[in-house]
Design a protein around this ligand. Structure first.
Ligand SMILES: NC(=O)c1ccc[n+]([C@@H]2O[C@H](COP(=O)([O-])OP(=O)(O)OC[C@H]3O[C@@H](n4cnc5c(N)ncnc54)[C@H](OP(=O)(O)O)[C@@H]3O)[C@@H](O)[C@H]2O)c1
Length: 378
């Protein structure tokens, strides 16, 4: 896969405890509890996502501007995936970093960059014949065998993930990616038995442990959609305990699977409400299981892909006071949910970054107030 030519600069380094602490104290006006601590890093409770938006040059320039505004206003956690906007989102991050580092607005050790691999990314635009693309770019070069691919677009084979990681580093002009997720691994369960799925996860985790050793990534994890939100009775269920056992087999007690990503918002409250996980025979919600197992939780789709940005019931404003809009209330809900490290919000426009980062100036809300929204009347 060709990708862009290597840029003039590679952004060396990675997020460090010292760098992220420096960032947390140098941005004026932020609420003292805006940053979470994960692996010794100070990570903003509002992070910038890069999923949505047109795959065109105008949206690209808007993303670069939004990234710079969001980082200037207190978001030091940036999330992407190789397939987002056909690799353009990763390249927007590479360009925004280039501009910010060059202008000395930011140091590499202050910002935490996460990406994902699993889905076939295409390049800049969808090809006329996706199957031909798959053959030419993946199967013939030996990145994966046909039987490794699910739904014609999803693959966890180590050689494929290794190829994707190499492209992501190049797209973002990074030496090291802070966090590398396997993207929606539960997609594989649509087509293969669970035992084989576990073998595939183990092989992918072994590769990611090797990449930690080589300095290409710092941590890895699973970014999911349904997996952790459904219980063991659902064929697409992911057990965090099982996933961690597999990481332990791959990397020993000191393995590097320390993060997971899953959607959580006012309309998708399963992470704190639904007892989808079983730990030592006891059922509990994902956020409780993750806390007990020492895994940091990053939440996606904080605005339910913009649907919560307007029209929320009046009761929400009552329990999440001091904010100007439904978008801000929806973000405040996710970042204030106990156990959430970062609420990711897709922001492809500087004005959205400016409006949403105003929430970073407000203390997180007390959960017993807003979680009362979900209590059944007696
Ligand atoms: N399975 C996975 O791994 C997975 C799945 C989904 C998402 N994610 C990650 O999580 C991130 C967040 O989720 P998401 O982007 O899907 O959905 P989201 O954050 O719930 O919503 C993003 C949408 O809301 C709009 N928006 C942002 N601020 C707004 C405001 N103040 N007023 C009105 N509209 C506003 C954005 O528009 P503009 O872009 O025009 O600013 C964008 O269309 C993603 O970007 C991605 O990084 C991961």
């Amino acid at each position: 896969m060709p990708g862009p030519p290597a840029g003039p600069h590679t952004h060396r380094g990675y997020a460090t405890p010292e760098g992220t602490q420096r960032y947390a104290t140098r941005i004026p006006g932020l609420s003292p509890d805006h940053f979470s601590t994960a692996q010794g890093l100070r990570l903003s409770s509002i992070g910038l996502g890069t999923y949505l938006g047109n795959p065109d040059e105008a949206a690209q320039q808007r993303y670069i501007e939004a990234l710079r505004r969001a980082v200037a206003l207190g978001a030091n956690h940036v999330d992407t995936a190789i397939n987002y906007r056909f690799q353009r989102s990763e390249r927007a991050i590479g360009e925004a970093l280039e501009q910010m580092l060059h202008a000395k607005e930011l140091k590499r050790d202050e910002v935490f960059i996460a990406t994902k691999g699993g889905y076939l990314p295409f390049d800049t635009a969808p090809p006329r014949d996706p199957w031909e693309y798959l053959l030419k770019e993946v199967i013939r070069p030996g990145l994966a065998r046909e039987e490794d691919i699910v739904a014609g677009c999803h693959c966890l084979a180590p050689s494929y993930i290794e190829g994707m990681l190499k492209m992501s580093l190049r797209n973002m002009r990074l030496d090291t990616i802070d966090l590398y997720y396997l993207h929606n691994p539960e997609q594989q369960l649509d087509e293969i038995p669970r035992e084989e799925f576990h073998q595939r996860l183990r092989a992918a985790f072994q590769l990611l442990e090797k990449k930690v050793g080589e300095g290409a990534i710092r941590w890895y994890g699973t970014a999911t959609w349904n997996g952790y939100r459904v219980g063991p009775e659902d064929p697409g269920h992911l057990s965090l305990q099982e996933v961690l056992n597999i990481a332990r087999e791959a990397g020993g007690e000191g393995h590097h699977l320390r993060f997971l990503q899953a959607p959580c918002n006012l309309a998708m409250p399963e992470l704190f409400l639904a007892p989808t996980q079983v730990l030592d025979g006891k059922r509990m919600p994902l956020l409780e299981a993750a806390r007990k197992l020492g895994v940091h939780v990053v939440c996606s789709a904080s605005l339910m892909q913009s649907r919560l940005a307007r029209g929320l019931p009046g009761a929400v404003a009552g329990v999440l006071p001091g904010l100007q809009s439904d978008a801000q209330r929806a973000i405040q809900f996710v970042r204030s949910t106990p156990g959430v490290t970062t609420a990711l919000v897709g922001m492809g426009r500087a004005e959205h970054a400016e409006h949403n980062l105003e929430v970073a100036r407000v203390a997180r809300a007390k959960a017993d107030g807003f979680q009362a929204l979900y209590r059944k009347p007696d």
